[in-house]
Ligand binder design. Sequence first.
Ligand code: FES
Length: 107
Amino acid sequence: MNDSEIGPTLLSMPDNSSQSVTLEGRSLILAKRRGDFFLFENNCPHANETMDPLGGSLSDESGDLLRCQRHGAEFLTDTGECVAGPCMGESLTPIAFTIAGGQIYLD
Ligand code: FES
């Protein structure tokens, strides 16, 4: 595995969860919601800080929301739009990717 791809173990990550990954030197959040994957810069627009200083998943039980661990901003998993908390109306930066052969590649 080189640093531009994510291996199949991540593709089998639990549904309705997220985890931080580093690809091509970029800190990213990979989220899985009801079988679909979403990828964002790991940068909260509230304070321009990483969202997961405590580690672990940012997803709520439904998988519909990602919650920043710093001040609780909530983002839609599918679009990255902030819908609650101190940066409402702002968005996470989505990252384009392709899944092929059981791996995720940055476009
Ligand atoms: S840095 Fe994310 S809510 Fe403040």
